[in-house]
Ligand binder design. Structure first.
Ligand code: ZN
Length: 279
């Protein structure tokens, strides 16, 4: 049985440093490091204000519903709002030699895990940022549920079906990785020397923040399926910017998902970051 560490309350918003949740609520919100919707169990108490929660919800909800929704339903992961869980999904079916789209019951649809494979964060190459958008050209697709072809044939006259195509937005998924990494690093900061967080402005989408692929990326090599569903770690490195801490993240590792790397702390931030994120 895995033990889940209990973290001490932070008492400040880990994104904007606010001391209270909102005008009419003092106590800051508890922060799930990995969203509860994908089985995240680590919680950082009293760690986010209402305004930052709103900004995080924008990309987190998209990833949980549009990108990972069908897979979450197929895996039977929990939801806070079971009534909002869709009963049907738009699925491509071959009927009479033509591909058409029909709403089909969720349990009849074949479902695949679709996640981007990212290049490493550019800062690790010790050069200035060259890209403004995160590349989502390479994907890892894992067919998860086969669906029920018999029912699709019976009900729609379908001879074939394509796996449900989840909607993936690399930028929003990258922001989710940044949020997970920053929350985890803050929770584990006692183990991090020279902790100088570099992600908050990216997470809050400050127009002056460094570009996402500068600090968020992954490893191109796909690792074998892991024994754990979600994995988080801390890795210490040295770059010309001093001590540089990385959080490796693997979500759905037991399904063979890609591994991501997020730079969370840089001892002597280069100009691209210093100009902007250090207040
Ligand atoms: Zn805040």
């Amino acid at each position: 049985m895995e033990t889940t560490p209990v973290y001490r309350p932070v008492g400040r918003c880990i994104y904007c440093d606010a001391g209270r949740h909102s005008a009419n609520r003092a106590k800051l919100g508890d922060e799930h490091i990995i969203p509860e919707a994908i089985n995240g169990a680590l919680v950082l108490p009293e760690a986010s204000c209402g305004e930052c929660e709103g900004k995080i919800n924008w990309f987190e909800q998209y990833c949980m519903k549009q990108t990972l929704g069908p897979l979450r339903y197929a895996l039977g992961l929990k939801t806070k709002r079971p009534k909002e869980r869709p009963e049907t999904l738009p699925l491509q079916l071959e009927v009479g030699g033509e591909w058409i789209t029909r709403e089909v019951p969720v349990e009849w649809a074949p479902v695949a895990l679709l996640l981007p494979v990212f290049d490493p964060p550019e800062i690790l190459f010790e050069r200035e940022p060259t890209r403004t958008n995160i590349y989502t050209e390479t994907f890892k697709i894992v067919n998860f549920a086969t669906g029920d072809m018999g029912k699709l044939r019976e009900e729609f006259g379908a001879t074939k079906s394509r796996s449900y195509q989840a909607s993936l937005r690399g930028d929003r998924f990258g922001l989710l990785l940044a949020k997970i990494a920053h929350a985890y690093a803050t929770a584990e900061r006692a183990d991090i020397d020279n902790f100088n967080p570099v992600l908050p402005d990216i997470i809050l989408r400050d127009p002056a923040a460094p570009p996402l692929p500068y600090l968020v990326g992954g490893i191109k090599k796909l690792l074998p399926e892991s024994t754990s569903f979600n994995e988080l770690g801390l890795a210490r490195g040295e770059t010309k910017y001093g001590v540089t801490w990385i959080v490796p993240i693997r979500l759905f590792g037991s399904l063979g998902a890609p591994t991501y790397q997020v730079v969370v702390s840089v001892e002597r931030p280069p100009f691209a970051i210093k100009r902007r994120t250090i207040r």
